[in-house]
Design a protein. Sequence first.
Length: 168
Amino acid sequence: MFCDGCGAAVQAGQGFCSKCGKQIVGPVLVGQPFAGRVQNHVHLLGILWLAISAFNALGGVFLLMLGTTLFPHLRELDKVPPDVPVGFLTSLFTTLGILVLAKAACGFAAGYGLLHREPWARVVALVLAFISLFNIPFGTAVGVYTMWVLLPGESQKEYDGLVAAHAA
């Protein structure tokens, strides 16, 4: 049996919660613990990963377009010095574009997985959260929020319970 205020275990017939002091009114629900951090935040977290991945996809497409269309034709422009490393810039921007698009694809997968309570989504979201810490300011915010929701040990147990409940 659990307190409906804080989720602490209470005994049958107990008038007040020993952890938060809330008065226990009516029957205490058995086998239905307090909605924890993961249950309260996993839906929003999935939406945030989808949104930030959409922005990453736009940035990746922009970098890819620069690398494959602008830089190969840079020598054709009139006021470009001849010592500009066109080949290096083409390779660099194309590679960066592909990496950002790959990160966006993983972010879309993580968002979808979190919304549908897939068992692999927690790990993918945590890996992306650590990578996103370098994307100031929005990636950092979503990364910290993801770690706050999904990283603690009790969060893994709660997420596994949500996966099992969703599968049933």
